[in-house]
Design a protein around this ligand. Structure first.
Ligand code: CTP
Length: 398
């Protein structure tokens, strides 16, 4: 937390007093906290309280430009490491989900590229309203992280969900988030992605439906978290200064590229859909149409993941499995057969999940059995969850 700049958006609800306790806790932990209040929030606690606790001026008015050398909302937005909204009312969630920027808090948020965390607080019926849930889902899909509200006595007299999470809980979530940012720093990750193409002749190949999106999401998230990524892929790769790309086409080329890099890797994620068989003979010239049928003899490709598993490397080894039936049984058998530490299985028979899709749903197994079942989520969000699990299982410091 030391030296981090946190923008704390405070909106109007009885729980504003808890935001004051949070501002104090974050400041004591070394963060540079800048509070932005909605006008309604000032009806519960005065800006002076936040100013005294954070030793920084409090912002409410977009046009109160006290410092002529900067434009406040842009300057603040550019300096932020994290944007927090505590407490968040149903009103501010609606505005954030729809891009409305009618005060200093919202204008700064729109200009801010730092990640956002939101702790909502409102009456339980308001929280359960379809439109509020829709706004929460929209913001979640855009990468905003929510700190769930607790169950308890609400100021309106109801007992139920909607109460702001306790300041200590919010502090811990923020602290965990910052620690996670350094978890992968310098970790050497080797990731494979895409489907291999096994040539039949100069024109034709045997391929599969893998797009490479899951492996590329893992590579991008890992690189953003500070890892040094070696990406061996058959597809158009993502661009990031910490991703080194090796482009391959066939299983044999992928094997060479992987084995060359496997000894120095800390984590290996075999996300690629590697063809189990290749054509026994690759025709030098395009094969002409002859006869009513064409039989192609296939020979087995080496199983790269099994080779890595048998090599007794120091790396944490993660395999993937695409299954169409009896997912748990097949996944556990595969984990043992290929001697990996973690196996991530998805049921590719489901619509909207797996190949080419932007979303995915997986079950994660380790040698102790089922570890985690995800909901249907974007591949980028899933990549974050999977990397967290890998770091936890490998015992990387958090
Ligand atoms: N894999 C590999 N080398 C291969 C085939 C697959 O390294 N020649 C890796 C994949 O990258 C993936 C895992 O093994 O991480 C699972 O691959 P899959 O094809 O589902 O497993 P198989 O052992 O081929 O089992 P089956 O085809 O019977 O489902």
């Amino acid at each position: 937390m030391q030296g981090k700049t946190i923008l704390l958006g405070v909106t109007g609800g009885i729980a504003v007093y808890k935001a004051a306790a949070l501002a104090s806790r974050l400041t004591q932990a070394g963060a540079d906290v800048h509070v932005l209040m909605s006008v309604n929030a000032t009806k519960f606690v005065t800006p002076l309280t936040f100013q005294a606790l954070t030793r920084n001026r409090v912002y409410m008015d977009t046009f109160a430009e006290d410092n002529p050398s900067v434009i406040s909302h842009i300057d603040l937005a550019d300096r932020a490491d994290l944007f927090l909204v505590v407490p968040a009312t149903a009103n501010v969630l609606g505005k954030m989900a729809n891009g409305i920027a009618d005060d200093m808090l919202l204008t700064t948020w729109l200009a801010c590229t730092a990640p956002t965390m939101i702790a909502p607080a409102m009456n339980g019926h308001m929280l359960e309203q379809a439109v509020v849930q829709h706004n929460i889902a929209t913001l979640t899909a855009r990468g905003v992280q929510f700190i769930d509200s607790g169950v308890g006595q609400l100021a309106c007299g109801y007992v139920g969900r909607g109460r702001l999470a306790e300041p200590e809980e919010i502090f811990n979530a923020v602290d965990h988030w910052f620690r996670r940012q350094t978890r992968f720093k310098g970790v050497k990750m080797l990731i494979t992605a895409g489907g291999t193409r096994e040539a039949i002749d100069p024109v034709r190949y045997i391929g599969n439906r893998s797009s490479g999106k899951m492996g590329h999401s893992l590579a991008l998230v890992a690189a953003r978290l500070g890892a040094d990524v070696e990406l061996v892929t058959t597809a158009e790769p993502p661009i990031h200064p910490r991703i080194k790309v090796t482009s391959v086409e066939t299983a044999l080329q992928m094997r060479d590229a992987v084995l060359e890099r496997s000894e120095i890797a800390d984590v290996i994620i075999m996300c690629a859909a590697i063809a189990d068989y290749r054509a026994a003979t690759v025709h030098e010239q395009k094969r002409k149409k002859e006869g009513d049928s064409w039989t192609i003899e296939l020979v087995k490709n080496p199983d790269i993941l099994s080779e890595l598993g048998a090599a007794g490397l120091s790396a944490y080894l993660v395999g993937f499995a695409a299954e169409t039936e009896r997912l748990h049984e097949h996944a556990l058998a595969k984990l043992q057969r290929k001697q990996c530490h973690m196996l991530i299985a998805n049921d590719v028979s489901q619509a909207d999940v797996g190949f080419s899709s932007d979303s995915n749903q997986v079950s994660v197994f380790t040698r102790n059995g089922l570890l985690f079942e995800s909901s249907v989520t974007t591949k980028m969000q899933l990549a974050e969850q999977l990397l967290d699990l890998i770091a936890d299982e490998k015992g990387m410091d958090a």
